[in-house]
Design a protein around this ligand. Structure first.
Ligand SMILES: [Zn+2]
Length: 220
């Protein structure tokens, strides 16, 4: 009887421990594209401050020209700004001169208006083009090419819950998750997404931190 009780107790303890076990630390990077905007930027910044996390903002040059103060606030609060082009055009639609302008002009605008020098070029529409890396290198930009999961919050047919599920399901260590500043539903649901990612054991890195983390990872 005593032995049986002991086994039952051990089983229950093991089951309890496995439920409450601390998750192993994993890393994720959140990127918010196409800002800065007046509508949602301040709210995002307040949420990230409350959550104690830092993210990456993929800023468009023309928006930085309109709202340089928001960009400065993001930098002051410790977030990373990356160059997301000047006018957010499809690279395939641009000749070499126009493509170079879209990359270089954004870099000049961010440096001039924000006093901050982005280290990364972040592809508009996640559309790669072999001409981009050499142009970006001319202004000391590297092209960020992560393991990407998109919340697909640019799709107006997706509900808040669908955006959330895309951002929290099957997220692997080292993933970058894509959002957009212009989507009101993303502002609404991002606290729940951050809470769930934290529960899954994730810590939050900027692009530069994530790039460094991935370089130092042993091959799997
Ligand atoms: Zn974009």
């Amino acid at each position: 009887m005593f032995i049986r009780l002991l086994f039952i107790t051990m089983f229950l303890l093991t089951a309890t421990c496995s439920v409450k076990a601390e998750p192993a630390t994993k890393y994720v990077a959140l990127v918010f594209d196409d800002g800065p905007t007046t509508d949602n930027s301040q709210e995002f910044l307040a949420i990230f401050e409350g959550e104690g996390i830092h993210v990456t903002f993929g800023y468009i040059g023309t928006n930085v020209e309109k709202h340089p103060d928001i960009a400065k606030t993001a930098v002051d609060k410790g977030h990373e700004i990356v160059n997301h082009s000047y006018a957010h055009l499809h690279p395939k639609d641009l000749n070499d001169t126009a493509l170079e302008h879209d990359i270089v002009k954004a870099q000049e605008v961010i440096i001039e208006k924000v006093g901050y020098t982005p280290k990364w070029y972040w592809l508009p529409f996640v559309e790669s083009d072999p001409r981009i890396a050499p142009i970006a290198a001319k202004v000391n930009l590297k092209v960020y090419a992560p393991k990407l999961v998109s919340s697909e919050d640019y799709r107006r047919d997706l509900t808040t819950e669908q955006i959330k599920q895309r951002a929290i399901t099957n997220i692997a260590d080292g993933t970058t998750i894509l959002f957009h500043e212009f989507r009101n539903e993303t502002v609404t649901v991002i606290p729940e997404i951050i809470t769930e990612l934290k529960r899954q054991g994730f810590l939050f890195l900027t692009f530069s931190q994530m790039a460094e983390y991935l370089v130092n990872q042993p091959p799997r």
